[in-house]
Design a protein around this ligand. Structure first.
Ligand code: CAA
Length: 380
């Protein structure tokens, strides 16, 4: 389906493929195993501006549209999904600002990113994951600003980011309508990074708690109006979920590429295993799942680009692509047989990396709640 890509998108894809093959892939397996954090690799990607690729040009971003952004995210995820997700975490954090922030706020935020620094989106808490509205982090008005107290968890790039977008309750009595969003700089007194997760997969990404203790935040750092935070978080996730799906597609493609090569060279009973219909049907099902996910993800990115409603579609893209990634990588392990289960070979890493995509940015159960809720509202 590459004929649908513009020349610019193809060039960008090739540039990412070169970086991915020559730099990311070489380090990914080793860092996955040892837990070493590839700071140098991140620095290169930040120098290339990959963390700002989908931010508007007028604020110093790459200015690429959502379709191009998912193409880039997919390509990068082929080499390492955790690396890809981390680089796009800054764009996720920027979305509430792009939706409801002032030009001054966006500029302040992107000026930080332009220095090769990262941002993180802080919504989840120990007791508020799927039930995002149950957040306990409080922002209490105090003079000309707010004082924040609370703990966020499972924050992608929590320990790497220099600026956070934090969701906190300004009025708990109003439930989800009492949530507000703030820009908080890492250097503000009272901000600290808590425990880092030792994860099953996407081990090249950094996932931590972020703690706020009596953090003073000026009123001008409030994004949008007080009480708009929950809707802002939901709209942000609607825009980000196709991107999550795109990274899952990248994992699927990596699995297919490895399985194709392996099936053609691995012999059993004197013949390559690729001649067996059992293997061919697995490869065919992997291709069906991958290509349908890819095209649907790009379709939803197109809806966002066109300014069309996309809440249900974003949930479909995220759930379908991530369910596909788990199925595809599970089959990849099966095709590789005993070698698939060995850490010497790359497919078990893909399987571990794929699993998180069914969990973060809203579990696939939450996606199904969103989809079903919207289906039930439709009129015949
Ligand atoms: N867009 C705009 N408004 C929305 C909305 C959307 N998509 N979804 C809900 N709202 C509005 C509703 O209209 C409602 O407002 P009104 O009363 O004015 O109509 C208000 O928000 C409350 O809506 P609900 O009653 O539906 O809210 P709820 O408490 O029942 O929760 C939910 C709904 C869909 C389950 C939500 O809590 C949710 O999405 N949970 C999952 C959270 C999530 O995805 N977390 C991921 C964290 S980020 C992450 O993982 C990133 C990372 O680091 C990789």
């Amino acid at each position: 389906m590459d004929w649908m890509l513009t020349e610019e998108q193809k060039e960008l894809q090739q540039m990412i493929a070169k970086f991915g093959k020559n730099e990311v892939l070489k380090r990914a397996q080793e860092c996955d195993r040892t837990g070493e954090f590839p700071t140098d690799l991140y620095n290169k990607a930040l120098e290339m501006g990959l963390h700002m690729i989908d931010l508007p040009e007028k604020f110093g971003g790459g200015g690429f549209d959502p379709v191009t952004a998912v193409i880039v995210q997919e390509e990068l995820a082929k080499y390492d999904a955790g690396f890809s997700v981390s680089l796009f975490a800054s764009g996720l954090a920027a979305k509430p600002l792009l939706i409801a922030g002032t030009d001054r706020q966006i500029q302040m935020f992107t000026d930080i990113l332009a220095q090769g620094k990262m941002a993180a989106f802080c919504l989840t808490e120990p007791q508020a994951g799927s039930d995002a509205g149950a957040s306990q982090t409080a922002a209490v008005r105090d003079g000309g600003g707010y004082v924040l107290n609370g703990r966020k968890c499972f924050i992608t790039t929590g320990g790497m980011a220099d600026v956070y977008v934090v969701f906190a309750m300004t009025d708990k009595s109003k439930g989800v309508k009492g949530m507000s969003a703030f820009i908080v700089e890492r250097g503000a007194p009272g901000v600290s990074v808590g425990k880092e997760e030792d994860k099953m997969g996407i081990r090249l990404s950094n996932t931590t708690d972020v703690v706020f203790e009596d953090v003073r935040v000026p009123a001008e750092n409030l994004i949008g109006a007080e009480g708009e935070g929950f809707k802002l978080a939901m709209k942000t996730l609607d825009m980000a979920r196709p991107s999550c799906g795109a990274a899952a597609v990248g994992i699927c493609q990596a699995a297919i590429d490895l399985c194709r090569d392996y099936a053609l060279q691995r012999k059993t009973f004197g013949r390559p295993i690729a001649v067996n219909q059992a293997i061919q049907f697995k490869l065919a099902d992997m291709e069906i799942a991958t290509e349908t996910s890819r095209q649907y993800v790009r379709y939803v990115a197109g809806l966002i680009k066109a300014g069309k409603p996309h809440s249900t579609e974003a949930a479909v893209a995220k759930a379908y692509a991530s369910d596909s990634a788990v199925k595809v990588t599970q089959e990849a392990v099966q095709i590789f047989g005993g070698y698939g289960y060995s850490r010497e070979y790359p497919v078990e890493k893909l399987y571990r990396d794929a699993k998180i995509f069914q969990i973060f940015e809203g579990t696939n159960e939450i996606q199904r709640m969103v989809i079903a809720g919207n289906v039930l509202k439709q009129k015949a």
